[in-house]
Design a protein around this ligand. Structure first.
Ligand code: ATP
Length: 329
């Protein structure tokens, strides 16, 4: 029986499903009923399975197995559906499920990224160590809600109030660059899919108002959209080097390691150093700016290639070479 590509109707589903169709797969969108019209409108899904709430998702196990579906994860699937339920589902899943353990915790991410030898913002273990601008982060803060910046221990003590759980990280002044990678197990090669920057509310709006009005505002980083970005070409060697190191380290901590799409979230300083403040171990929504292709992927493949399509191409080649087991986690 032919395979189908299935994903949850949110995040990067349009890209994933369009890419799967371009590679000749049958496609399935699993949607909340009030979102289904979008996927119908764009015609990217051969079948739409409607659910009333995300908690219903695990009940689709038999339906998906019957359709010989391969599930493509994205951040919304991970955020909205219970992780244990996803882990327990027998539906084939593209990617290494075990990576989630390393990605979901800031401390473990740090161990992984340090092992890869990347430049990370310094962490201040005690507020008395704050000797430069720092960002104070909280666990599970969606869109950086409540994060604040401080310059000194005194300012920290004044702003922290009664909160007990936090991380104080050096604030890197530079520009954010999100790097989209794809590591192909089948071709044994790391590919660069593109770069984006984020458009975040309200932080990206604050520069539009005068300083006297800025002063008392609470900064948030709620993601609203993304912009495409081309990087100085002389930075590409470093970009590839960082991606390779992350893959190598992931093989040591969590065999067979990370594969498929992933993203390093970085800030680049004026001396052209990349500081990595987070890793996403699957397709990021920033790749949507290249729903058809990025210039890099176009040169590499000689035809338009989105990250969504790249996933489908990998699956197709795995099927053709009878190596599907190697890429399903
Ligand atoms: P996500 O949804 O990606 O998990 P989050 O809510 O955990 O996001 P972060 O991505 O950690 O938040 O950070 C929010 C914003 O703060 C980002 O726009 C990022 O550019 C900025 N930021 C985070 N850490 C630093 C840092 N150390 N130096 C400079 N900017 C930072």
């Amino acid at each position: 029986m032919e395979y189908s590509i299935a994903t949850l109707g949110s995040h990067s589903a349009l890209q994933i499903l369009k890419g799967a169709k371009d590679e000749g797969f049958r496609t399935i969108a699993i949607c909340k009923s009030d979102h289904a019209f979008v996927y119908r409108h764009f015609g990217v899904a051969d079948e739409i399975i409607e659910i009333q709430s995300y908690s219903e998702f695990p009940t689709l196990e038999d339906a998906l197995l019957k359709r010989n579906a391969i599930l493509i994860p994205h951040a919304s699937l991970i955020a909205y559906v219970d992780l244990k339920a996803i882990e327990g589902m027998k539906v084939p899943y593209y990617g290494n499920r075990k990576i989630l353990f390393w990605e979901s915790d800031r401390e473990r991410q740090r161990i992984w990224l340090e092992k890869a030898g990347l430049n990370l913002p310094k962490v201040f273990n005690d507020p008395s160590e704050i000797d430069r601008p720092a960002i104070v982060k909280f666990p599970g803060a969606k869109g950086g809600q409540g994060y604040f910046l401080v310059k000194s221990e005194r300012e920290f003590r004044r702003k922290i109030g009664k909160i007990k759980e936090y991380v104080i990280q050096e604030y890197i002044v530079g520009i954010p660059v999100y790097i989209h990678y794809f590591y192909s197990v089948i071709r044994n090669e790391l590919e660069l899919m593109g770069f984006d920057r984020r458009y975040e509310s309200n932080v990206d709006g604050i520069g539009r108002i005068p300083p006297n009005l800025q002063r008392d505002l609470k900064v948030t980083y709620t993601i609203v959209g993304n912009f495409p970005l081309m990087l100085r070409e002389s930075l590409l060697p470093e970009v590839f080097k960082m991606g390779e190191s992350v893959i190598k380290a992931s093989k040591e901590i969590c065999s067979p390691g990370i594969y498929g799409p992933f993203c390093l979230e970085t800030v680049v300083t004026p001396d052209l150093k990349f500081y990595v403040f987070e890793i996403s171990a699957r397709i990021v929504a920033g790749t949507n700016v290249f729903m058809e292709t990025s210039p890099y992927a176009l040169i590499k493949h000689g035809k338009p290639m989105s990250t969504g399509r790249r996933i489908a191409l990998e699956i197709r080649e795995a099927i053709e070479q009878d190596r599907l087991k190697e890429i399903l986690g």
